[in-house]
Design a protein around this ligand. Structure first.
Ligand SMILES: *Cc1c(COP(=O)(O)O)cnc(C)c1O
Length: 340
């Protein structure tokens, strides 16, 4: 089970399922009556915010660490926060060193969470690309093994277990709305879901500013994007100019990619909190946001989306729930009290 292969299959995802069992699996899939009323079909939320590290990335990280060569002294990665937290947790469990490289755009709450798990944190530059360059340098300089947040077969297989669990619980799901950044999650979920149910629609959703995978699919090759502050900070960063796996899988298996604005994300965070009583990051609500904004065709059957994580800055969260304006770099997100 150790060879990094090209491509990811249902068998790889089932192998990952065995690795995760009892540690990072079986999160609830709960209905959202409010969203169902809005889209005319059952609308189900896969609560990955309830993972031990507060995000789904634990699945991929545990599977990658479980498949490291014997004798690996330590691991390194770049991260927008949650992958680093997953790698830190998985490395601590195995008793090896972890060094997480992040850009200065990563919120302090995420940096603190990673340090609390015993990992070393390196802040370098203002983009994911700069963080990745540092991670690669550490591979050479310190003999660490790099675990990509999305372009790694074991990471993709780990994230794909979410698709298996969703379809086990609700075989009638017809559309999956998947938050999309580097595409590890969407690739894994699409491989799993389409292997089990070829007719299912899998749609990647992301923010309209710096939508790396969306623009890469449109261009026919990986493209670089400018990284800007977003309410969906976990969706920031490029897909890597030498992407091997997550780009071709997303290109071939996603039925569509849809973009949402910061205002739409803001509103959807309020909906998830006030209607479903769930605290979640901006990155999680893009599926709700696209649905509420009327950006998707009317669904033919039950819809599922993944509430990917809860690791947000609580002060920022309070301000959004209060309806305050939010300044993101040089962009102002106009606030509004919920229900007014
Ligand atoms: C990483 C992440 C995503 C996106 O996953 P990719 O595999 O990079 O597409 C979505 N939501 C949260 C909370 C994340 O941490």
């Amino acid at each position: 089970m150790q060879q990094a292969k090209d491509g990811v299959t249902l068998a790889d995802i089932m192998a990952a399922q065995a690795v995760l069992r009892g540690v990072a699996d079986a999160t609830p899939l709960v209905p959202s009556p409010y969203m169902a009323a809005r889209c005319g079909q059952d609308f189900l939320l896969k609560l990955e915010n309830m993972q031990p590290i507060g995000a789904f990335k634990l699945r991929g990280a545990l599977n990658a660490v479980a498949n490291l060569p014997k004798g690996t002294a330590g691991v390194t990665c770049c991260s927008t926060g949650n992958h680093g937290r997953g790698v830190a947790y998985a490395a601590a469990q195995r008793g090896i060193r972890a060094v997480v490289c992040m850009s200065s755009l990563v919120p302090q709450a995420k940096v603190d969470g990673i340090r609390a798990l015993g990992a070393e944190v390196v802040i370098c530059g203002t983009s994911q690309d700069q963080a990745q360059a540092e991670s690669q340098r550490l591979v050479q300089a310190e003999g660490l093994v790099e675990i990509s947040p999305f372009d790694d077969p074991f990471v993709i297989a780990g994230q794909g277990t979410i698709g298996l669990e969703m379809l086990e619980a609700r075989p009638d799901l017809d559309t999956l709305l998947v938050p999309l950044s580097g595409g590890g999650l969407a690739a894994g979920v699409a491989v799993a879901a389409k292997a089990i149910k070829p007719g299912i629609e899998v749609i990647g959703v992301t923010m309209d500013r710096g939508a790396a995978m969306h623009l890469s699919i449109a261009a026919g090759h990986p493209v670089e994007v400018e990284e800007v502050p977003s309410l969906a900070d976990s969706l920031g960063g490029g897909i890597g100019m030498h992407n091997r796996l997550s780009y071709p899988i997303c290109r071939d298996l996603l039925d569509d990619t849809v973009l949402v604005t910061e205002e739409e994300i803001y509103h959807a965070m309020q909906v998830l909190f006030f209607e479903d009583r769930i605290v979640a990051e901006g990155a999680c609500v893009v599926g709700l946001a696209a649905t509420l904004a009327g950006k998707l065709p009317a669904p033919r059957g039950p819809v599922g989306t993944i509430i990917t994580g809860r690791n947000l800055d609580m002060q920022m969260f309070h301000r959004i729930m209060a309806g305050d304006d939010i300044q993101l770099g040089d962009t102002l997100v106009k606030g509004r009290r919920y229900g007014t």
